[in-house]
Design a protein. Structure first.
Length: 686
């Protein structure tokens, strides 16, 4: 990894980059020192009393090195432990002045530095990237008014409505406490027991069983702030909003069989994909959008806007695209940046405020509290990645690992010794003041009646899916519930999701040999086409195409293909029988990046087979396996005329399969097939 993209050469450094530069240390070519800066003459042997004698206590270098090593690990995040991150920038398309006074949302010519961390939720830090799970999408904006964080997910709703249930939910989905299995999977008894007994989870479970929970790439998933927030403009007017991130490459998922294989073949699949895209200059981009609702329309919808299990259908309240985030720089050091970054939904700037969503309210406590354990004390805001680009001035002092050297003797307010500074600023001068919402009511522990509908939007989600997406949801239920040992829990889930869609759950019940769900066809008919990822953009850009190349290939054919793949902005990679140069019929040669043994079809988006047809049995066996797997996963395949013996006859006329005749014709078709990505109408099911 590293910042090999030479971003520094072609871009003026932003304020955050300059700040981070001050903490960077390059060890190359330097003398080895202790932590006190003492250059050592020896780093291989501990200090002993005689060659074969005991190690001496006085060996300060040994003690320092081992002690530091013993304390290298910090607690992983309780949730979202597995993740990766990158730097980037946010640019506004048009001023949002009408709605908010937030400084970074006023001027489209200003770029705001950001840091983004993507994550899975349930797995431990070393778990595989491609598991079925929600993905975290946390964004820190280093604005001129302080840090603003949007701590979002790739699914727009959540499993629970009140933060007090979060520990229960997380205990249920994490590995079971007696055995610590399964890792990074909801397919076990306690998760589904929780779902059955907490029916507000229905809507989010539908998303979690859908293709959204197995994204192909962090670059190809949406982000949602989930909660309703408030914008406040200069004149104090408030507008409710929900935030969206929409990937410029569209929303794409893996198929379930691929996810499981990739978890073994390349558990770092998603983090490597992100790093590679940035290193090759294919910067991930997401448009930032907001749904806006005037304050006086708070009660105009048929659900409560404070309920985090509800979306605002885009057809009813359109997403206004207001800007774009671009990720353009990988981290230099994973621990210092990705592991130590600390997000908090309560990091706000003037012009943005909360609502009373009871899930959000609880989060406002949790994030600081968790950093105290993870990052070892109250000074985590001083860690380079967490520092605001604005200098911090207040009367907070001391604590573990304090970095700031405050130089005055005044550390209290009010004072006259320092002319009563640091001083607060009135709201009209840019000081933050909370929105003065009027609140009244009895002190109660209860759920608002307006939060009691758990199934209408779960049904809308299912209604909005394409047939293929529906099938994937049904298959996911079948898989997950097959792993639930307790038959009573299975039945409870079948009955519960019968409220969402009878046909869906009838298929699951039949598969499991359970009783059919009671009830009738769903009474909820609403559809929101924006929910189907089939309706998002499809592009060939950055898709990885494996070119299986055999000896004696035709250079003309090869060059035509490479040229077309480059024009289509795909990422072609050559796969050989082994890693030796592959010779063409005209004596030229190509160097493969992979071999048929070390590469795997699940790691490519499309496969192209070129060569003379004169291949050895090993090549033949492995190349056939490649084609068959790619076929099973509905991905495009091109086989040149001379290699058709590798293709099973029944595959030949199937969608997304091209057999070469004239090179221009077949190349064009292959490129169109790549843009479509999956070809669901093949004569197979997996
Ligand atoms: Fe979080 N969540 N969460 N969460 N969350 C954490 O904070 C919590 C929730 C989200 O990449 C923790 O720093 C509570 C919703 C992301 O570093 C912790 C509740 C959403 C990340 C925590 C929620 C999120 C976290 C663990 C219920 C989407 C990863 C480590 C009220 C809107 C951030 C940490 C990163 C991380 C608490 C629910 C998103 C324990 C109590 C809803 C993306 O503080």
């Amino acid at each position: 990894m590293g910042n090999q993209n030479n971003n520094e050469n072609n871009q003026i450094k932003n304020a955050k980059e300059k700040q981070l530069d001050e903490f960077k240390v390059d060890n190359q070519g330097k003398n080895l020192t202790t932590n006190q800066g003492l250059t050592m003459s020896q780093d291989e042997f501990s200090l002993k009393a005689g060659d074969r004698g005991p190690t001496l206590m006085e060996d300060f270098h040994f003690r320092e090195k081992i002690t530091h090593f013993d304390h290298e690990r910090i607690p992983e995040r309780v949730v979202h432990a597995r993740g990766t991150g990158a730097h980037g920038e946010f640019q506004l398309y048009e001023s949002m002045k009408e709605y908010t006074k937030a400084g970074f949302l006023q001027d489209p010519s200003i770029k705001t530095p950001i840091f983004v961390r993507f994550s899975t939720v349930a797995g431990f830090r070393g778990s595989a990237d491609t598991v079925r799970d929600i993905r975290g999408f946390a964004v820190k904006f280093y604005t001129q008014e302080g840090n603003y964080d949007i701590v979002a997910n790739n699914i727009p709703v959540f499993f629970i409505q009140d933060a007090i249930k979060f520990p229960d939910f997380v205990h249920a989905v994490k590995p079971e406490p007696d055995t610590e299995v399964p890792q990074a999977s909801s397919a076990h008894d306690t998760f589904w027991d929780f779902v059955a007994n907490n029916q507000e989870s229905a809507h989010t479970v539908m998303w979690a069983m859908s293709d959204r929970a197995i994204p192909k790439s962090y670059r190809m998933m949406e982000g949602f702030g989930i909660h309703t927030f408030r914008f406040i403009n200069e004149s104090g007017k408030s507008t409710f909003f929900k935030v969206h991130f929409k990937p410029v490459l569209g929303v794409h998922s893996l198929v379930w069989d691929e996810t499981q294989k990739i978890a073994g073949k390349d558990p770092d699949f998603n983090r490597k994909d992100l790093q590679e895209a940035i290193n090759t200059g294919n910067y991930p981009e997401y448009e930032v959008g907001v749904q806006l609702l005037p304050e006086d329309k708070e009660f105009s919808l048929d659900f409560d806007i404070l309920d985090p299990t509800k979306i605002w259908p885009e057809e009813d309240i359109p997403v206004k695209i207001i800007g774009k985030i671009t990720l353009n720089k990988n981290v230099d050091n994973f621990f210092a940046e990705v592991e130590q970054v600390a997000f908090h939904p309560g990091h706000l700037v003037p012009g943005i405020d909360f609502t009373n969503d009871p899930l959000l309210q609880g989060r406002l406590f949790s994030y600081t509290d968790t950093q105290l354990t993870r990052l070892g004390g109250p000074n985590f805001h001083e860690i380079p990645i967490n520092r605001s680009v604005v200098t911090v001035h207040n009367n907070q002092r001391d604590g573990h690992s304090r970095q700031t050297i405050n130089t005055t003797n005044v550390s209290y307010h009010n004072n006259s010794l320092s002319n009563n500074t640091p001083k607060t600023l009135g709201e009209d001068q840019g000081g933050f003041a909370n929105y003065q919402e009027k609140v009244e009511g009895n002190i109660v522990r209860s759920r608002s009646k307006s939060f009691e509908d758990h199934f209408s939007q779960a049904a809308m989600f299912y209604n909005s899916m394409s047939n293929v997406e529906k099938k994937h949801i049904i298959d996911a239920f079948k898989f997950e519930l097959s792993k639930v040992n307790n038959k009573d829990i299975r039945q409870q889930i079948i009955d519960m999701f019968g409220n969402v869609n009878i046909d869906m759950m009838t298929q699951v019940a039949q598969y499991l040999g359970a009783n059919l769900p009671k009830g009738e066809a769903s009474k909820y008919n609403k559809v929101s086409p924006a929910l189907s990822q089939e309706n998002t953009i499809k592009k060939s850009d950055t898709l990885k195409v494996g070119i299986i190349l055999s000896e004696g290939y035709n250079l003309d054919e090869f060059n035509t293909m490479i040229k077309a793949l480059n024009v289509a902005k795909t990422m072609p990679e050559i796969i050989g029988c082994n890693l030796s140069p592959i010779k063409g019929s005209d004596g030229t040669s190509q160097l493969p990046k992979h071999s048929l043994l070390s590469a795997d079809p699940v790691l490519f988006d499309a496969i192209c087979v070129l060569g003379s047809g004169n291949v050895d049995p090993d090549f033949k066996m492995r190349a056939k396996m490649f084609i068959e797997e790619t076929y099973k996963h509905f991905k495009p395949i091109l086989v040149s005329q001379s290699m058709t013996m590798l293709l099973k006859p029944e595959m030949k006329d199937q969608p997304g399969v091209t057999v070469g005749d004239s090179k221009d014709k077949f190349t064009n078709k292959f490129i169109t097939d790549i843009s479509a990505h999956r070809h669901w109408d093949r004569n197979i099911t997996i």
